[in-house]
Design a binder for this molecule. Structure first.
Ligand code: NAD
Length: 493
């Protein structure tokens, strides 16, 4: 216990333990050993964090010029670039994600802060064409207040940036609840926030479990908006919690994203995109392309190529620069994957490659790239979000059929289509019920590209120009423009 790294929460610019002094350990997925200890926030700690954010909101933060706020956002971006190595290493130890990915991501996330810094002074109001004499009316955009940002364990820095950057740009203050499964990076991030000199209480970082910490935060009466990324079950709890404080809620949830490969697709390109989409980050990505539909004529040939690539993926330690796939982030994920594969095989699914725990390490949560052929897409691995490197593969004959199949799932986050017929690429993109479609590519993000789903994948978009407005409310201001007094109200007939 003494060797473990100790973290504290960041509330009102101070580094503090939880009021109960309760802590919990965070595990390294590479070896299943605890490596750090973090405070476990109670409802009292949540209250302290929210009140500090409210005080900062009412103090100077919501009133200073947008350009001044933008300077802090740029400072955050620069801190991320300067400290990408440290952040990458901590995130890799805490989540098992490859260092080369966590390092690059920490760098790239800086772009989100720059992007919203640039937008901070470009959100305009309107002049209304009012239907009354001697009256003018305008609308302005005002900040909402205290925002609760709740993030899952994977890509916490990215999923925080898409909430924190627009929220701060528009004058809101924020309480971030890190995931209990991998909270350390968020505390390292909080140290960088402190170094920017941003006023105390504007950004607070706490951690704890869904109940009581997440529950207390999302139902706190001073929280005006909850920006949530996580699973659909948690989202249902959050919506119930928001009945307590009537807060606005935005939801970025899971996915079971379909990808179709037509006979005329460039096969090497499709193999690369599909490999990135399902085996990148060990499949632990909300947009993982986990349902693959192959057109009948190319089914065998393409599947063989894909399986050959999957079997060649180098499994290893996440810090090793040659590793292509590291461990899963937690044991629960491993169990979910194993259970779904077992049920699928019992119902007729055929394992093409992978399918069993990988021998790279007995302690770590290693699972190999797995491809399973399914007669129908109602088998468990083809229907459920597994959040792991497991690809279900089905056959299709024509465009109409594949569109129906792609849409036959509760989720609607991402999707992909591979074809050399661009008109078909566009037709399929338009017909697929998903928030994102990639044509002849996959797994891309950008600060300027809206991100988010439909159906059970949630509502509300993150990133992009419009999402900044989601961190404002419209206010209408009426002006009386005449020098004459207004009429006595009871003289009007
Ligand atoms: P999760 O839903 O279990 O947890 C997410 C966060 O919610 C955690 O911080 C957790 O402590 C908190 N939480 C849990 N119960 C709560 C409650 N009652 N009230 C308030 N907060 C509560 O998700 P996870 O397992 O950490 O992450 C995996 C899920 O996240 C997957 O479904 C994945 O698809 C999804 N995800 C979505 C996106 C996206 O942008 N659409 C991105 C990444 C992950």
């Amino acid at each position: 216990m003494t060797d473990l790294k100790k973290y504290k929460m960041f509330i009102n610019g101070d580094w503090i333990d939880s009021e109960s002094k309760k802590t919990f350990e965070t595990l390294n997925p590479e070896n299943n050993k605890p490596w750090a200890v973090v405070p476990e926030a109670s409802a009292k700690d949540v209250d302290k964090a929210v009140k500090s954010a409210q005080k900062a909101f009412e103090g100077q933060w919501s009133k200073i010029l947008p350009r001044e706020r933008a300077k802090y956002l740029r400072k955050i971006g620069n801190k991320l670039r300067e400290n990408a190595e440290l952040l990458g290493k901590v995130e890799t130890v805490d989540t098992g994600k490859l260092y080369r990915e966590t390092y690059k991501q920490a760098h790239y996330i800086a772009e989100y802060y720059d992007y919203y810094a640039g937008l901070a002074d470009k959100v305009e109001g309107t002049v209304l064409p009012i239907d009354k004499p001697n009256i003018q009316a305008i609308t302005t955009r005002i900040p909402i207040g205290v925002i609760a940002a709740i993030v899952p364990w994977n890509s916490q820095m990215f999923l925080t940036a898409t909430k924190l950057a627009p929220a701060l740009a528009m004058g809101n203050t924020v309480v971030i609840k890190a995931s209990e499964l991998a909270p350390a990076t968020m505390f390292e991030f909080a140290k960088l926030i402190e170094e920017t000199g941003i006023p105390k209480g504007v950004v607070n970082v706490i951690t704890g479990f869904g109940d009581p910490c997440g529950k207390a935060l999302t139902s706190h009466n001073l929280v005006e908006k909850v920006a949530f990324t996580g699973g659909p079950e948690t989202a249902r709890h959050i919506i119930k919690n928001s009945a307590e404080n009537l807060s606005e809620v935005s939801l970025e949830l899971g996915g079971k994203s379909p990808v179709a490969v037509f006979n005329d697709a460039h096969q090497e390109n499709a193999v690369n995109g599909i490999t990135a989409g399902i085996f990148g980050a060990s499949g632990q990505s909300c947009i993982a392309g986990s349902r693959l539909y192959l057109q009948k004529e190319i089914y065998n040939e393409f599947l063989d190529k894909l399986a050959a690539r999957a079997e060649n993926i180098k499994i290893g330690a996440p810090m090793d620069p040659d590793t292509e796939m590291g461990p899963l982030s937690n044991f629960k994920q491993l169990e979910v994957i194993e259970r779904n594969i077992k049920l699928t095989v019992e119902q007729g699914g055929k394992i093409k490659c992978g399918g069993k725990r990988h021998s790279f390490s007995n302690e770590g949560y290693y699972f190999p790239p797995t491809i399973i052929e399914c007669d129908n897409h109602n088998l468990p691995v083809a229907e459920n979000e597994l959040f792991g490197p497991v690809l279900s593969v089905m056959k299709f004959e024509n465009e109409k059929e594949v569109i129906e199949k792609m849409n036959d799932n509760q989720f609607g986050l991402s999707s992909g289509v591979y074809t050399s017929d661009l008109a078909r690429g566009l037709r399929v993109s338009n017909a697929v019920r998903a928030g994102i479609t990639f044509v002849n590519t996959y797994r891309l993000i950008s600060p300027s590209a809206p991100f988010g789903g439909i159906k059970d994948s949630g509502y509300g978009k993150e990133a992009g120009i419009d999402s900044i407005k989601d961190y404002t409310r419209v206010k209408t201001i009426w002006y009386y423009t005449s020098d004459e007094p207004t009429l006595d109200p009871f003289s009007i007939r």
